[in-house]
Ligand binder design. Structure first.
Ligand code: AMP
Length: 541
């Protein structure tokens, strides 16, 4: 193990890079959430104190610390503090079922769990079920039996904890939960190389829009809004990229379109990231008009597929500031599609065809499309496989599932797509969302169907699912969120789908809703739709 130097001329970790900013211009704003505003100096001292407070709980380098947190400034700082003392960050999802949370705590071998006071009861329940009996710490006073980490930190020295070994190359420093936690949870483990890549990208080539979500145009003057969950890859990446570039980070506790617009405007936000339903909700807000947010110069939309027509609408409202980020918990920041490309019609942008899929250059992480381990020729659909520094080490303590996902250094993403002759990557669907139907068992790409549905008047959001069908195995069922005053006729929708995409895509059933359910991360929750609506009784068909 190498011992980290206290002060080095060249920052060597992402934390060194952040602290380098936080040692300069100490009165500049660093972290904001509502009325809570921390300068760089205050943020630095609070971070050091939290590091010592965690150590006083007996945590040692290499120990796992579960983070069961809401979007708050102190959540950002405690995550940094866990890394500062050489421990492993284990992100826990915000609303797991009790069994799932206990399984995550168990599988991650967390020695401590830091909880938001609001979640303390559930955290205590999960910790109590774990044979590792993790210490329970709370970010503020709470009713459960747990130590108030903030109170403890207030009594600790505001100097950097020393003697922290640098992480080994293959050591898991961050563990992210991923979907599909039926039974055993899946935890994507990343090494410090993920962060080194972020720091390297920003330092080496600030103009490169590669897999860096926020190339800073004016280092140090950006104001970034973390609107997605800090404990999910999207929010984590957003916050780290903001801080390593010396930007001020504003944290949005809970997404609601009106509140988000107010914060974007009042805080003069220059860059942010949204998952698609957040972007759509903003676009549907009456105060979201061209020119409303003059400071905004970068919006990354990603975490799920976004519809070309909605992206086009966003470009019209916000200007050429939209870019797309494609990634997953197993490989953060796989590729980005730049704002200029997305705004220009002639370059595969959103208006280039209703059913067109998004298009991404893949400069940083290499991507190929494969079928049964063979590389597909251009334009043939296969599974997207990626390799590079941002690909996980594997699933934590799960060699079996790691072996299924990683082959010779290539990660199978579970996403289906194709590359064109220029090497641009088009995503067509998540493999598990493809609907296999019709007399010849053909593929219906739910994403292609959703993109088309979103071009229809009155349709605000759309989801397509395959439901069991005696004749064809699966049949297409669609869910449309419609505008209040819209009079959407399911038969007309079906006819429009047939005319544009053919018989195979024609929905067997259509359900009209005011809103589609979303996960806590903000993505459309297809599992919830399936559970609630694909039974016998349907409100509308
Ligand atoms: P998660 O691990 O929860 O972040 O989910 C990752 C999945 O979301 C990916 O495997 C993709 O299926 C999907 N996804 C993320 N970003 C995009 C994007 N920009 N376009 C299309 N799908 C995306």
């Amino acid at each position: 193990m190498i011992i980290n130097a206290q002060q080095t001329s060249e920052p060597r970790t992402y934390l060194d890079r952040i602290l380098e900013h936080w040692h300069k211009d100490e009165d500049a704003e660093a972290l904001v959430q509502g009325a809570q505003r921390l300068t760089r100096g205050e943020a630095r001292r609070r971070l050091f104190r939290l590091g010592h407070a965690l150590r006083r709980q007996g945590l040692e380098p290499g120990d796992g610390v579960g983070l069961f947190l809401a979007n708050r400034v102190d959540s950002v700082l405690v995550q940094l503090a866990v890394h500062l003392i050489g421990c492993r960050v284990v992100f826990l999802p915000p609303e797991p079922g009790p069994g799932e949370l206990a399984a995550l705590v168990e599988q991650s071998r967390a020695r401590a769990v830091v909880t938001d006071p609001l979640f303390a009861r559930r955290a205590a329940d999960a910790a109590g079920r774990s044979i590792h009996a993790p210490e329970l710490l709370s970010l503020g006073p709470c009713e459960q039996e747990c130590t108030d980490l903030l109170a403890l930190a207030a009594e600790c020295p505001a100097v950097r904890p020393d003697g922290v070994p640098a992480p080994e190359g293959d050591e898991a420093v961050t563990v992210l939960y991923t979907g599909g936690t039926l039974g055993r949870p899946k935890l994507a483990a990343h090494s410090h190389r993920l962060y080194d890549t972020l720091v390297g990208l920003v330092a080496d080539d600030p103009q490169d829009s590669g897999s860096s979500f926020f190339p800073t145009m004016d280092p140090g003057t950006d104001r970034v809004l973390a609107a997605t969950l800090l404990t999910h890859g999207s929010g984590h990446l957003t916050s780290i990229q903001a801080l390593v570039t010396g930007s001020a980070l504003v944290v949005l506790p809970e997404f609601e379109a009106g509140a988000a617009l107010a914060v974007l405007s009042e805080e003069r936000i220059t860059a942010t990231m949204f998952v698609p339903p957040m972007l759509y909700a903003l676009l549907d807000h009456p105060e979201c008009v061209p020119g409303a947010l003059p400071a905004l110069r970068r919006i990354v939309v990603g975490g799920a597929a976004s519809s070309p027509s909605r992206l086009q609408q966003a470009v019209e409202v916000f200007g050429p500031v939209l870019s797309q980020g494609y990634g997953q918990s197993e490989a953060l920041g796989i590729a980005a599609f730049g704002a200029e490309d997305l705004a220009s019609e002639g370059h595969g942008g959103p208006s280039s065809g209703a059913a067109a899929v998004a298009r991404y250059p893949t400069p940083r992480s290499r991507s190929v499309v494969k079928t049964a381990r063979r590389r597909c020729p251009s334009r043939q659909v296969g599974e997207v496989c990626v390799r590079g520094e941002t690909v996980m080490l594997g699933y934590y303590e799960d060699p079996e599932r790691t072996a299924e996902a990683l082959h010779d250094g290539w990660l199978r993403t579970g996403d289906m797509g194709y590359l064109d002759a220029e090497g641009y990557l088009y995503l067509v669907d998540r493999a598990k969302d493809i609907i296999v139907t019709g007399s010849t068992s053909d593929n219906v790409y739910s994403r292609v169907l959703e993109d088309f549905l979103l071009t229809l008047p009155g349709v605000r959001n759309a989801a397509a699912l395959g439901v069991p069908d005696e004749e064809y195995g699966e049949a297409v069922q669609i869910f449309l969120a419609t505008a209040d005053d819209a009079d959407v006729d399911p038969d007309a929708v079906g006819a429009a789908v047939t005319a544009e995409l053919g018989e195979l895509y024609t929905p067997r059933k259509t359900v009209l809703l005011h809103q589609l359910p979303t996960t806590k991360v903000g993505k459309v929750d297809k599992k919830a739709l399936r559970a609630e609506w694909t039974g016998a009784a349907l409100a509308m068909s």
